[in-house]
Design a protein around this ligand. Sequence first.
Ligand code: CAA
Length: 295
Amino acid sequence: MSSPDIEAIERILVVGAGTMGRQIAMSAALAGYTATVQDINADMLAAAGADLGTWAATRVGKGKLDSDAASQALSRLSYTTNLQEAAGSADFVIEAATERLDIKKEIFATLGSYTPAHAVLASNSSTLGSSKVAEASGRAEQVCNMHFFNPALVMKCVEVVRHDLTSDATVAVTLELARRLGKQPVLINHEIPGFVANRLMGAIQREALALADAGAATIEDIDTTARTALGHPMGPFELMDLVGLDVITFIAEATYAETSDPADAPHPRVQALEATGRLGRKSGSGFYDYGQGGH
Ligand code: CAA
């Protein structure tokens, strides 16, 4: 096994073409890396390609991205359903697949078998600490979490979370890669449910839901207060709709399973909306209605 080296990173593999994976891959392509997006679902790959093409065209149209830079970045992206083949040439992997441990373990086992020995294997998961998949990879010291935020092309923060066996070299390379993607990484010294950002977000959301339950103010006014009194870019209900109410419930369930703290359990109001298919922006409605197109 050879040590990870930032200068040796040319090809980045992103596993999972969902909301996060596709934007992480585009961030890498914009930073000059060759990026492959792998997903088992070919339709998802096609949707990701179309979505990033539209995103790039919009930014060129707004004058925020040079058209040559956009087409070069798009040409550095490729899409595949074949994980083994894609793994074979990856110098750094960011796994952003479905949040299921059995699936992730399988992915990390494949990555451990097929990626070059120097490759770092990072997980974008916010709920599954990388220690849970480290052993399956056969190279625990080169595994960590590299947690991006939604929308990944915009949000600066990347949480780099080490587990007990993560090597200093892996941490250093992951932090530096995040910087080279134009991000501002923060280091989380050990695995803690929710890491730092989701714990802060959860605290604000819990308080916002308690205020709404108590009839203290409408959700609109609670959101307005967060924006205009505290300077948050979005209120807590708007943010839950952006993240997705299914994701919010999933994070709460995963956190509660680890902490057993009733304060971390999913909130009935969020669960009730989710049960009726109101998942937030992506379904066209959540706490708010967005109309067709989900925006
Ligand atoms: N994808 C890509 N780019 C997007 C985007 C998206 N979904 N939504 C907005 N943008 C871009 C726009 O193109 C625009 O770019 P330019 O300024 O360069 O033109 C920029 O973001 C600002 O967008 P808007 O002017 O349309 O709207 P805004 O100023 O209200 O910003 C926002 C939108 C960036 C989402 C902002 O409201 C914000 O920062 N909200 C908070 C988001 C947040 O907290 N995310 C973390 C969620 S928690 C998480 O992800 C962790 C987890 O594990 C669940």
